[in-house]
Design a protein around this ligand. Structure first.
Ligand code: GRG
Length: 288
């Protein structure tokens, strides 16, 4: 199975699960339930959920026990996109080819939909009845994770003194921590040993960093039709990106090198990691 086919199969499972789990749009107050469904089902590759499921499969886990965890991770990811698009953050109009949530439903509902998704995500992860998973997720999105990365990101806008080390600090937290946690949670819920979990975490940090570097590159080289969001917004907001500090070609080289390193790390595992290696390669090959 190609990585794209694998992602499509997992996306179907995750979306079916979430459609069943999320309250119908007719539930009162309708606006928040409509807003949640608008964002969750607006598309999205389900890359993080797929990593969680793939990592779980590698170590012999079962989809029945990991699906709610993978779905919860996607709710956190959707929450982060909603808040990232807000006027007080990146102030974006377009996401996944549709108006951003605050454009479609208003800023107040967008903030609250993000907050609701956070609560729902932890409800889903808690269903696995392993409190380590809750802790991994909480740490990944906290002040040493996504939120810390986002703070460093907004504080670095329009600064001329940003270096590669600063951009790496942001990317490792804002993007890599949740990707890393997705893989770790999959491995933990399959009962992998701590030695193997550490390998998966090192793999996750690398593909998470490369994922955001490629995102920076796509913001320059792709189109809004393909990406489903406005391109060139990093330059417009004078954001801290790899192309800004290293140049475009060097950024591509760095991303490729990191992915090669990530794939090499997996050779230390005796399990079949072909899907994970394919998903790592997908990070470089992706077009959106
Ligand atoms: C604590 C959840 C939370 C958020 C608060 C707003 C914020 C802090 C963080 C923003 C983090 C962020 C949006 C990072 C960008 C990550 C990224 C590259 C997103 C695009 O991911 P894809 O390509 O998107 O997987 P799809 O649409 O395919 O799901």
């Amino acid at each position: 199975m190609t990585p794209t086919e694998y992602l499509a199969v997992q996306k179907k499972k995750v979306d079916t699960f979430l459609d069943d789990y999320l309250l119908p749009e007719t539930t009162k107050p309708e606006s928040i339930h409509k807003a949640i469904r608008y964002s969750v089902f607006s598309g999205g590759k389900r890359f993080r959920a797929s990593l969680c499921i793939a990592s779980n499969e590698v170590f012999g886990g079962s989809i029945d026990s990991v699906l709610s965890v993978a779905a919860g991770i996607e709710l956190i990811h959707t929450y982060s996109l909603i808040h990232d698009d807000l006027p007080c953050m990146d102030n974006d109009d377009l996401r996944r080819g549709k108006p951003t949530l605050h454009r479609a439903f208003g800023e107040n509902i967008a903030v609250l939909a993000g907050d609701a998704l956070n609560a729902l995500a932890f409800d889903l992860v808690a269903r696995a009845e392993d409190c380590r998973l809750v802790q991994i997720l909480a740490k990944a999105i906290g002040t040493e994770g996504m939120i810390g990365g986002q703070v460093a990101d907004v504080e670095s806008n329009r600064r001329a003194d940003i270096r590669e080390v600063d951009v790496k600090f942001i990317h490792m937290r804002k993007t890599a921590k949740l990707i890393n946690a997705s893989l770790e949670m999959g491995a933990v819920s399959a009962g992998a040993s701590s030695e193997k979990i550490n390998i998966i975490k090192d793999f996750g940090s690398r593909i998470g960093l490369a994922f955001q570097i490629v995102d920076d590159i796509l913001d320059i080289e792709s189109s809004s039709e393909v990406l489903g969001k406005n391109v060139g917004s990093d330059e417009d907001n004078d954001k801290a990106t790899y192309p800004k500090v290293c140049g475009l070609e060097k950024s591509k080289k760095i991303a490729c090198e990191i992915i090669e390193e990530a794939k090499t790390l997996l050779t230390a595992l005796e399990e079949d990691t072909i899907i994970l290696k394919g998903l790592a390669q997908f990070v470089i090959n992706r077009v959106d």
